[in-house]
Design a protein around this ligand. Sequence first.
Ligand code: ATP
Length: 418
Amino acid sequence: MIIGLDDTDSKDGMCTTYLLAVLIEKLNAYGKVKDYPLLIRLNPNIKYKTRGNAALAMELELKDRNDAQKVMELVIETVEKMAVFSEENTNPGIVFIGNPTPRLNKDLSEFSLRAVQDVLEIREAKELLIRHEISHKGYKNERGLIGALAAAGFSLCGLPDHTYELIAYREQKKYGSLREIDPGTVWSADAATHPDTWDTVDIENKRIVFAPHSSDPILFGIRGRDEEAVRKAFSMIRSEPVERYLVYRTNQNTDMHLINATIHEVRNDRSYILSGTISKSPRTIMGGHIIFGLSENGAHIECTAFEPTKGFRRIIRELMIGDEVTVFGSVKAETLNLEKIKVNRLKRVELRNPVCCGKRMKSMGKEQGKRCQKCGAITKERVIETLPRNISEGFYEVPPCARRHLSKPLIRFPFQGS
Ligand code: ATP
């Protein structure tokens, strides 16, 4: 039986991953989780999300098929006990898939991918649930059914790419208090397991980034390429007592949200890979954000490196009109928020007015030639000049402290040997 769950959490209390971890313990009596539970990140631009737009699923291998009803009741009872129904934006959804068919497989693989890349309506989830006679329970406006069905869909159809995260949970009495984690052991764990684990620390910004600051049940999460790597890092970290922990398989750090497109196809609230030429120089706006214009085939979009992307902005500032780049990121309010950039070709030369008497000659008007304002010399020709460039062609990414859950770090790209 596949169980999908979503939208049980609140900003300062529950977290759906914790609910699943508790549920797995309760379900032990009825069966075992096959493989790994799934932690799925859906479209990061959805306005209804509490934090990281996560949805959860697991496949339970039942000891006895006759227990299916009891299992469903236990899941419903646990969600009803633990979900934060009082929060306006919490609309839980639970989905149970018992007897998959090839048709369901096809419909769900499309639906699940759209939940990561697109914006769905609640009625689309309900329509699929009813058409395929899938047992489900939605609460309040039932929005959680979208995420629950999408996560269950990935459990059924598999993930095209995946990573792992070990999440450690706090004792309940500690919720809301400062997290006690020995920083030295975190840096050592990262040093011993990187690049098989990543985003535990941010070396450039000298920060530990694997622990949230909110008052939720998560103590920290270790991301990595396999269970062995995240477990090894976990074993090295000293901290306050861990109430429980769980290793999830996840679509985090896979770039699954990105759609290959042209600029004129772009829509708000989706995420893209776009290629083009810099058409407006980078400029710094209030708050330290940097914006440049990107054009391709007459279409134009603004791209922004926000202040929290820290040192990444140094690269963006160096771009010039005429550089050819590929950008990766989410589009909101007609602006692409940069997660990564690939500089394909830097403009290295430029036609400019010649220098005479130590100063650049001035144009005398259209097709009138150029004149030296000091000695009066006149020339028709412009000269080719080499531009001093302080960056090289290649990939650049935001630092770990600014990485979004779905963003694939460069260490996971094949040219990095992983
Ligand atoms: P956390 O990550 O802290 O557990 P959250 O950020 O996952 O919280 P939710 O409380 O789950 O946020 O809220 C997100 C809501 O948006 C859910 O109801 C989910 O079903 C819905 N949703 C997710 N993806 C989409 C989508 N692509 N289109 C429309 N609705 C979506």
